[in-house]
Write a protein that binds this ligand. Structure first.
Ligand code: ZN
Length: 128
């Protein structure tokens, strides 16, 4: 995939909002996903090596595709890595990335592009 990085539009001295929006998701917002999960009926499969897998049906519908994404989310939650999947704090980017930082405080999809862009912009704003 090709990513483009336009200039950030933060006001002078403004700190990007990097709050975890998942904690602000309401039950009402999640209701359509819950309805999809209930209606799509994920299936249990047993691999030849004995591993139990949860899969969407093989109908190839949009609902099956979305259910496949929900299964990935469930797997990430079970593995304890869901909170490390983040949205880039560059408001012009908002790319999803996996936070591999030791402290789990990563804010940018890529420091060389988004991180430096925002940090330099904030630094110049403070110099004025
Ligand atoms: Zn980014």
């Amino acid at each position: 995939m090709i990513r483009s990085h336009g200039p950030a539009r933060l006001a002078a001295g403004q700190v990007p909002d990097c709050s975890d929006t998942r904690s602000m998701t309401t039950q009402q917002e999640l209701a359509p996903l819950d309805a999809l999960a209930r209606a799509a009926g994920p299936q249990l499969r047993i691999d030849p090596d004995g591993r139990v897998r949860l899969t969407p049906s093989s109908r190839g519908t949009l609902a099956d595709g979305l259910l496949g994404l929900l299964i990935v989310v469930r797997d990430a939650q079970e593995a304890g890595v869901w909170q490390r999947l983040k949205i880039c704090c560059n408001p012009e980017c908002r790319w999803a990335f996996f936070d591999r930082s030791h402290a789990h405080r990563g804010a940018w999809c890529d420091m060389a592009s988004c991180g430096n862009l925002i940090k330099n912009r904030n630094f110049r704003a403070r110099q004025r």
